[in-house]
Write a protein that binds this ligand. Structure first.
Ligand SMILES: *[C@@H]1O[C@H](CO)[C@@H](O)[C@H](O)[C@H]1NC(C)=O
Ligand SMILES: *[C@@H]1O[C@H](CO)[C@@H](O)[C@H](O)[C@H]1NC(C)=O
Ligand SMILES: *[C@@H]1O[C@H](CO)[C@@H](O)[C@H](O)[C@H]1NC(C)=O
Ligand SMILES: *[C@@H]1O[C@H](CO)[C@@H](O)[C@H](O)[C@H]1NC(C)=O
Ligand SMILES: *[C@@H]1O[C@H](CO)[C@@H](O)[C@H](O)[C@H]1NC(C)=O
Ligand SMILES: *[C@@H]1O[C@H](CO)[C@@H](O)[C@H](O)[C@H]1NC(C)=O
Ligand SMILES: *[C@@H]1O[C@H](CO)[C@@H](O)[C@H](O)[C@H]1NC(C)=O
Ligand SMILES: *[C@@H]1O[C@H](CO)[C@@H](O)[C@H](O)[C@H]1NC(C)=O
Ligand SMILES: *[C@@H]1O[C@H](CO)[C@@H](O)[C@H](O)[C@H]1NC(C)=O
Ligand SMILES: *[C@@H]1O[C@H](CO)[C@@H](O)[C@H](O)[C@H]1NC(C)=O
Length: 444
């Protein structure tokens, strides 16, 4: 049982290539068995995770899988997992004798010292995960010799790099994560070696202290890039317009990154974009109208909170029909809430608080049957609260405080059985109504 589960996880991670090929029922080759036993000798395995590492057939040891016909070791999968003690000790060079190795995962363990330089001789590696494994210091540039590598994860705050040139040798790379690695010394040129990787589909450089962008690229080679995550950078600079030329982008997160200037208009035209987060960039500006003027039919997550977004929400908002999470809180948005918002039937979360929205709450808000949170506090909204709000059966949070709403709280609010947080304070609501029934004990 455990065996099948383990192989299934490998298939999930390394997807296509290794999956069908690995097995644990074949017989192990003696030299590789010796290499694994030597590797075990160097490890501090206080939780006895490697207790199955004895006997002749190493293909049946935990975390090991072999080629289904030759018996060559293809997989060494030893991530720290929940409820266990991490492995520690030393990674001995005997590991490099596993010449056929395609998948190596040592993530989350408690090793010390540098990433072993001999990993670069495992030339068949397709998946290498050394994230949060305790290795520190400079990432060895000779990892750039692993030309079959498709997935590389070296995220860890203890690691550094002097330049990224070596990455341009990883021509098969599809997924790169270097979260928390110190990249602040690289200036704006960090993007250039990455632009040479034609298959790169996911790039995760969160909290690396990236400090700038190259504004002109001779040509754009990111033809496969779908996920770009650079949150927590220190750009203190504008977003380059070429970002909006990467038409394959599906998800972009550059929140909390000291961005300035305007959001390039082309962002509104990215044909495949489903998630855009540029939140918490106080000096980043854009006009709502320009951003939403194009139709973003596929966008599901839009978070432009705590930026300098200004202007009015256009009627075309109602065309973003895939929208699930809509957060524009703490901006400079004025004008009314277009009644076309009622067409966004997938919406689960709306936060437009801390703006200058005027006018009344559209009746159509009652059409948002999937809404879980509605936050509109600290605006200039007036008129009465539409009783259609009682249709929002999934609503748990309703925050309308600090507006100029008048009239009485509609009785239909008493029908919201999931509601656990209601704040309508600091308005001009008149007293005299308490929702009937016992759904809202917190109001008593
Ligand atoms: C071994 O793997 C290959 C490649 O996935 C597959 O075509 C073949 O059927 C497998 N052989 C056995 C005996 O499972
Ligand atoms: C092995 O790991 C345990 C727990 O992590 C630790 O207490 C012990 O000192 C380590 N031993 C060696 C020899 O490193
Ligand atoms: C290893 O996993 C255990 C259990 O989940 C966790 O408590 C520990 O922090 C992890 N160690 C590392 C280095 O991630
Ligand atoms: C590497 O391992 C960590 C922790 O085990 C996991 O969260 C991360 O997704 C892995 N990276 C890749 C590329 O699979
Ligand atoms: C790649 O390996 C060759 C020899 O195998 C070595 O000469 C070269 O320096 C290595 N490249 C890198 C980037 O380390
Ligand atoms: C784009 O990729 C091609 C081949 O993959 C390479 O020759 C070219 O130098 C790359 N362009 C840039 C700007 O890196
Ligand atoms: C981006 O697209 C614009 C307009 O299509 C084009 O003029 C520009 O050269 C492109 N930039 C790059 C770096 O490809
Ligand atoms: C917005 O939606 C309306 C109908 O729902 C449609 O007529 C209009 O063409 C759409 N506008 C754009 C720019 O897609
Ligand atoms: C709202 O409008 C007032 C006056 O028009 C202005 O002083 C204030 O800065 C605006 N606040 C926001 C958050 O836009
Ligand atoms: C609520 O305010 C609106 C506009 O400010 C006003 O027209 C209306 O008469 C007010 N209604 C009540 C019940 O005070």
């Amino acid at each position: 049982m455990e065996t099948f589960q383990f192989l299934w996880i490998i298939c999930l991670l390394s997807a296509e290539l290794i999956c069908g090929e690995v097995a644990q029922l074949v017989h192990c080759n003696a030299a590789e068995r010796e290499a694994l036993l030597d590797l075990k000798m160097g490890l501090n395995d206080s939780w006895s995770r490697l207790s199955s590492w004895h006997g002749t057939n190493c293909c049946q040891w935990s975390g090991i899988a072999c080629h289904n016909t030759t018996g060559a070791v293809l997989v060494v999968d030893l991530p720290n997992s929940s409820g266990r003690q991490p492995l520690g000790g030393e990674i001995r060079p005997s590991l490099a004798k596993l010449k056929s190795l395609k998948h190596l995962d040592l993530s989350g363990n408690n090793f010390a010292g540098k990433i072993p330089h001999f990993l670069s001789s495992l030339e068949n590696l397709q998946y290498l995960n050394l994230s949060y494994a305790g290795f520190s210091g400079a990432i060895p540039p000779n990892l750039g010799n692993l030309s079959s590598l498709q997935f590389l994860d070296v995220s860890y705050w203890g690691l550094t790099v002097d330049n990224l040139e070596w990455l341009s040798g990883l021509l098969s790379l599809k997924y790169l994560a270097m979260n928390s690695v110190h990249l602040s010394k690289l200036g704006g040129e960090w993007i250039e070696p990455l632009n040479k990787l034609p298959l790169l589909s996911e790039l995760h450089l969160e909290y690396c202290g990236l400090s700038g962008f190259s504004y002109s690229l001779p040509s754009l080679n990111f033809t496969s890039l779908k996920v770009l995550n650079l949150q927590g950078s220190l750009f203190k600079a504008k977003l380059p317009t070429w970002l909006a030329n990467i038409s394959s982008l599906v998800s972009v997160d550059i929140g909390n990154s000291w961005l300035t200037g305007r959001i390039p208009l082309g962002f509104g035209e990215l044909p495949n974009l489903q998630s855009l987060k540029l939140n918490y960039n106080l000096k980043l500006s854009a006009s709502c109208f320009q951003l939403f003027a194009r139709s973003w039919k596929k966008i599901q997550i839009l978070d432009l909170s705590i930026t300098g977004l200004h202007g009015r929400l256009p009627t075309l908002l109602g065309n973003m029909t895939s929208l699930i999470h809509f957060d524009l809180h703490f901006n400079y948005i004025d004008g009314g809430i277009p009644s076309s918002i009622g067409k966004l039937s997938n919406l689960q979360y709306i936060d437009l608080s801390l703006n200058n929205l005027t006018g009344s709450l559209p009746d159509s808000i009652g059409h948002l049957k999937n809404l879980v949170e509605l936050r509109l506090n600290s605006n200039l909204l007036q008129g009465s609260i539409p009783s259609s709000i009682g249709n929002l059966q999934r609503l748990t949070t309703l925050t309308l405080a600090s507006n100029k709403l008048n009239g009485t709280l509609p009785a239909s609010i008493g029908l919201l059985s999931e509601l656990s947080s209601l704040d309508v304070s600091l308005n001009k609501l008149t007293d005299g109504f308490m929702p009937s029934g016992s759904f809202l004990p917190f109001l008593a």
